[in-house]
Design a protein around this ligand. Structure first.
Ligand code: ADP
Ligand code: MG
Length: 304
């Protein structure tokens, strides 16, 4: 069994002249909570639709759970919350989930056990007999989430799962994702909201205008520490020597900037500077927030 939930190589989608997704190459491990982050129009939904076999890629290939796209047995192990969900509004909440359970060919007994559990998971246990036509946008989003989890999937695609949700609803989605993490379910989360991926994901890939820009582990962000240093006499030799402690060494307006691999390097650097006879006026760690990285990588212009 492959340990990859998803493995995409050079996926591309063109709509006429429009290059929606240029060259999508990425991997998601089983059990990983993966964020796909980019502004509106970046190509997130198009990517997910290709991966789910809902639209045909112009080029490239991918596997889900080790199987090529479109494999029916694999589809049964995948959950999907679409961005724009068309609901059967005339059905009651429990009926709606029951219909989808039947589409998954779940036995009646399993449906009868699973559906109340899922309604409870998304906080709709009191609404089982309410028609979807009477649901608010946020409630529809939550019943859609329950639908995505009905078949106890090994990999779930959530396309902007918190759109239309208030802060309580957003927290509920975070809690559900954390429960999925504990169950070892891989999650592919599309979002244009930085805070959403920051709070839930293990790793995030930035996409803009169809191009994958960079993938970062959110844990790495916390370890690397950019610092600024101010010493009495900064000189070329000192800049060269500092490369042993970190990278991106630069002298800007009399202050030295560099990025240390971790916090433990900080006291070592302070000790070394004074032991070399430098007069140390300032040694300031400046951790980069995901928001700063986001703006560095994606820029602040969005397409829509
Ligand atoms: N069916 C389509 N026909 C033509 N253009 C499309 C179609 N679907 C998406 N696009 C375009 O492809 C780009 C990416 O869209 P989309 O994947 O929906 O972005 P995101 O989900 O990141 O907001 C956008 O410019 C969008 O207008
Ligand atoms: Mg989208």
């Amino acid at each position: 069994m492959t340990d990859l939930a998803l493995n995409a190589t050079g996926l591309r989608k063109q709509f006429g002249e429009k290059m929606a997704v240029a060259n999508l190459t990425l991997q998601v491990k089983r059990g990983e909570i993966f964020g796909f982050l980019g502004p509106n129009g970046a190509g997130k939904t198009t990517s997910v639709k290709m991966l789910l076999g809902l639209i045909t890629p112009t080029a490239g290939s991918a596997t889900l759970l080790g199987q090529p796209l479109g494999d029916r047995a694999t589809r049964a192990k995948i959950g999907f919350l679409p961005e724009h969900f068309r609901f059967h509004e005339w059905l009651k909440a429990a009926e709606f989930l029951d219909l989808h359970g039947r589409l998954h060919q779940m036995p009646k007994q399993t449906r009868q056990q699973t559906i109340p559990e899922l309604l409870e998971l998304v906080g709709l246990q009191d609404r089982a007999q309410t028609p979807l036509s009477a649901f608010s946008k946020g409630m529809l989003q939550r019943i859609g989430l329950a639908q995505a989890l009905l078949n106890d999937p090994e990999l779930v695609f959530l396309d902007e799962p918190t759109s239309g949700l208030d802060p309580l609803g957003r927290r509920l989605v975070r809690n559900v994702i954390n429960q999925l993490r504990q169950r070892g379910t891989a999650v592919f989360l599309n979002s244009h909201l930085l805070s959403e991926v920051e709070q839930t994901c293990d790793r995030v890939t930035f996409i803009r205008q169809g191009e994958v820009l960079e993938t970062i582990s959110l844990h790495e962000i916390e370890t690397a520490v950019p610092v600024t240093i101010r010493v009495g006499q900064p000189n070329e030799q000192l800049l060269a020597d500092l490369a042993q402690f970190g990278n991106e060494v630069a002298l800007v307006d009399g202050r030295i900037h560099l990025t240390l691999p971790d916090e433990e390097t900080l006291p070592k650097l302070a000790h070394w500077l004074t032991s070399q006879g430098h007069t140390l006026y300032e040694l300031t760690p400046q951790p980069v927030t995901l928001e700063e990285r986001f703006l560095q990588i994606v820029g602040d212009q969005s397409e829509g």
